[in-house]
Design a protein around this ligand. Sequence first.
Ligand SMILES: NC(=O)c1ccc[n+]([C@@H]2O[C@H](COP(=O)([O-])OP(=O)(O)OC[C@H]3O[C@@H](n4cnc5c(N)ncnc54)[C@H](OP(=O)(O)O)[C@@H]3O)[C@@H](O)[C@H]2O)c1
Length: 363
Amino acid sequence: MDYIYQANPERYANMQYRRCGDWGLKLPAISLGLWHNFGSEDKLENGRNMLHTAFDLGITHFDLANNYGPVYGSAEENFGTIFEKDFKRHRDELILSTKAGYDMWAGPYGDGGSKKYLTASLDQSLKRMKQDYVDIFYSHRLDPETPLWETMEALALAVKSGKALYVGISSYSPVATREAFNIAKEMGIRLMIHQPNYSMFDRWVEDKPTGHGLLPVLEELGMGAICFAPLSQGLLTNKYLNGVPEDSRAAKNSGFLSRGSVTPERVKAAQELNEVAKNRNQSLSEMALAWILRDRRVTSCLIGASRPEQIIDNVHALDNLHFEQDELDKIDEILSNHDLGESSPKVQAHPWHKSADDDNPKL
Ligand SMILES: NC(=O)c1ccc[n+]([C@@H]2O[C@H](COP(=O)([O-])OP(=O)(O)OC[C@H]3O[C@@H](n4cnc5c(N)ncnc54)[C@H](OP(=O)(O)O)[C@@H]3O)[C@@H](O)[C@H]2O)c1
């Protein structure tokens, strides 16, 4: 940490910024998340380099959560250390977010959606991140045991106390999103943004013939959408086309991606998608991100990375966001020809699916 970071003066030249729903706030089309590779078990200098690379490319939004690590809290702590050194003078150029909702500390107040948990957690996050406020604070998941109004009261308090400028929800179903929005509105605050997972391998947010997709609901409510795990944690990159490299997330078996997630069907689909990408002069990850950003209702793709080069590669997605109809048809055909396992018990066990499938929020 013994050199002085000088931000690239050209950093805003090529990044695209999209308005968050009907709101005034704009986010970069590509944002960086600190879920993996920024914890106390990772190399701080690598995390620092990734943050520099991102900011130098115009990525103004960094996404965190209370329990990112491992160990829980360490990604926020490491971010705070790097922020103090390198980004303090750029604070007004940054959008920082954090969340609470999943397991964080022992006892009855360290998990879920209670006002007690969310309020205490935000205070802790601010200390770890060395911030007076965050730009966005999220309810990380729908808690089936907490009335929605209590969780919304916690978000309202965050805004009214000045600890968060904007608030949002993550992995709420379309029905729960509408309920949450209306309850928050009655309390005098508006939910600005939703953070769902969305990738070619998991398309639950899209319009449905039944009319119950998430994206149309967000559009109607004027909310933005920042889509996490757009590369399906690396499955939609060139990483697993020929096996599982030792330095990959799947080999490390941390988080929710394991060797078992790299199924032959998914690899085959990725190989075929890679051929489409090649014809577009894109890498598979570039095409996977461009494909998400083809929908103007999406504000930002929230990527993860383990090294700076991946961020550079991914930002090149913005060089070509246009798809011909026959390319979209080909992609649909490939995706429907393979069992991608979205409905398999293993995938459904992801906590974010459990939350997004819950259409019966406690009122
Ligand atoms: N709200 C929620 O519940 C929730 C849940 C999950 C994530 N998130 C947010 O979303 C962010 C992104 O999630 P994610 O990390 O799963 O997203 P992702 O972008 O789908 O996957 C990132 C991983 O893909 C690989 N990768 C990325 N770019 C690559 C490239 N150009 N070439 C080859 N491999 C590449 C890297 O894996 P290797 O490490 O193998 O190199 C990287 O760690 C998180 O940091 C977090 O902020 C939110």
